[in-house]
Write a protein that binds this ligand. Structure first.
Ligand SMILES: Cc1cc2nc3c(=O)[nH]c(=O)nc-3n(C[C@H](O)[C@H](O)[C@H](O)COP(=O)(O)O)c2cc1C
Length: 188
């Protein structure tokens, strides 16, 4: 279905071993790949992403590994982001990623976020799937000038609807795939 093979970058707001958001994001990325997209995922390692602070940036500059990540984001045609909801918002890990990558860079010029489409997912062990976190995330991404896909999904009851790192609920799997499909379309 693709005219060219867009580069879709997956970003997860959880660094937890066994994260449900990783399971859901992996499902979406695999579906995007099956539709002809190129996909890659950014891992939120603490040593790559120290807590953003302007003093740190002034003193040491951007951590070297972050240059490669910014380059990938500049090259991205679109994003799929999946985040847990922590206390009604997206996680600090995800916001920290956005803050680091949004900083302009002489070494890696270009636009990582503005005018790029993004498909949103959240997964939660709770019954609302983290939908409040998505509302909050939309505000931040809208501020950055991203094009937020109208198709998003809050994956509720993540413990019951996944097993062994896979989505097991057929309906929910198809909703996650629909997010990926719309995003691939928007990334053309
Ligand atoms: C600090 C903290 C706050 C949380 N707040 C919420 C919340 O507001 N809404 C919700 O649905 N789940 C909340 N949870 C539960 C998470 O949805 C659950 O831990 C989920 O598995 C995290 O995603 P992960 O598996 O991808 O790491 C919270 C968990 C933590 C650790």
């Amino acid at each position: 279905m693709t005219k060219f093979s867009p580069l879709i970058v997956g970003v997860c707001g959880s660094a937890r071993e066994g994260s449900f958001n990783h399971v859901v994001l992996n499902h979406a990325l695999a579906h995007a790949e099956s539709l002809g997209a190129r996909v890659t995922k950014i891992e939120m390692k603490g040593d790559t992403f120290p807590n953003f602070c302007e003093d740190l940036e002034d003193r040491d500059g951007r951590p070297t590994a972050l240059n490669d990540i910014r380059r990938l984001c500049v090259e991205a045609d679109g994003y799929i982001m999946a985040s847990p909801e922590y206390n009604g918002g997206p996680t600090g890990i995800l916001k920290n990623f956005i803050d680091w990558v949004s900083r302009s860079s002489n070494e890696v010029p270009g636009t990582p976020f503005r005018h790029k489409p993004v498909g949103l997912l959240s997964a939660s062990t709770g019954r609302l799937g983290g939908i409040k976190g998505l509302q909050c995330l939309r505000m931040v991404l809208g501020h950055l000038g991203m094009h937020i896909s109208g198709k998003e999904f809050a994956f509720a009851g993540a413990r019951e609807n996944t097993a062994d790192g896979k989505v097991t609920n057929e309906f929910m799997a198809s909703e996650v795939e629909a997010v990926a499909e719309r995003l691939v379309e928007l990334s053309q």
